[in-house]
Design a protein around this ligand. Structure first.
Ligand code: SF4
Ligand code: SF4
Length: 135
């Protein structure tokens, strides 16, 4: 009986180690330089210019006028990095993090400035505005 030519290849591959990284069994391989992972928002640096809102093609940013900051819905991000490039104060940065799988793209883990943080910041701003001016 003639052995199919592919059989030796199949049998050979059964004995070889996997060609790919066996993640998540093992640690993931390091990402290359310039990798565009989960976006980081440095809230304190943000000056509320709204350039990121204008440039983002995916509707990730929502401006919050009361505190002149933005909230980010990262589940929509397409990792184009345009917001990072346009931000005048480096308040946005791409990280190495790529483990972003979730059942809900509006999950809190994919959000910068969550609702409770926004409410707290608004309250704090109101308090400081109420304080009488010092002579
Ligand atoms: S990387 Fe692109 S898609 Fe993601 S938030 Fe920035 S501008 Fe929007
Ligand atoms: S571009 Fe930068 S400074 Fe301007 S609103 Fe966006 S994050 Fe803030």
């Amino acid at each position: 009986m003639k052995v199919p030519p592919t059989l030796s290849v199949v049998l050979g591959n059964l004995l070889k180690k996997p060609a790919t990284n066996p993640f998540p069994e093992k640690e993931p391989v390091p990402v290359p330089e310039g990798f565009r992972g989960k976006l980081i928002y440095h809230v304190d640096k943000c000056v509320g210019c709204r350039l990121c809102v204008t440039v983002c093609p995916a509707g990730v940013f929502e401006y919050i006028p009361e505190i002149r900051k933005v909230t980010l819905w990262l589940g929509r991000c397409v990792f184009c990095k345009q917001c990072v490039d346009v931000c005048p104060v480096n308040a946005l940065e791409m990280s190495d993090e790529f483990l972003l799988a979730t059942y809900d793209k509006y999950d809190d883990s994919l959000r910068w400035l969550k609702n409770d943080e926004i409410e707290k910041m608004i309250e704090e701003k109101k308090k400081t505005q109420k304080k009488p001016a010092q002579k």
